[in-house]
Design a protein around this ligand. Structure first.
Ligand SMILES: [Zn+2]
Length: 56
């Protein structure tokens, strides 16, 4: 399972699953990712720390 925002692998039992109004599931590894996507409506490709994390 991967984080819907930063694409990191999420260990089963950690992280958070969010159900959108249209029924789609979003998985988050942390509150940080949830907040960035849902509240700040940031795009992973345009977010510096996600790009950095993905390239590691
Ligand atoms: Zn994440």
């Amino acid at each position: 399972m991967k984080c819907s925002f930063c694409d990191q692998n999420i260990t089963i039992g950690t992280g958070k699953t969010y159900v959108k109004k249209d029924g789609k599931l979003l998985h988050f590894c942390s509150m940080k990712c949830e907040k960035n996507l849902l509240k700040l409506k940031r795009k992973p490709r345009e977010t510096a720390w996600v790009r950095k994390r993905r390239s590691e």
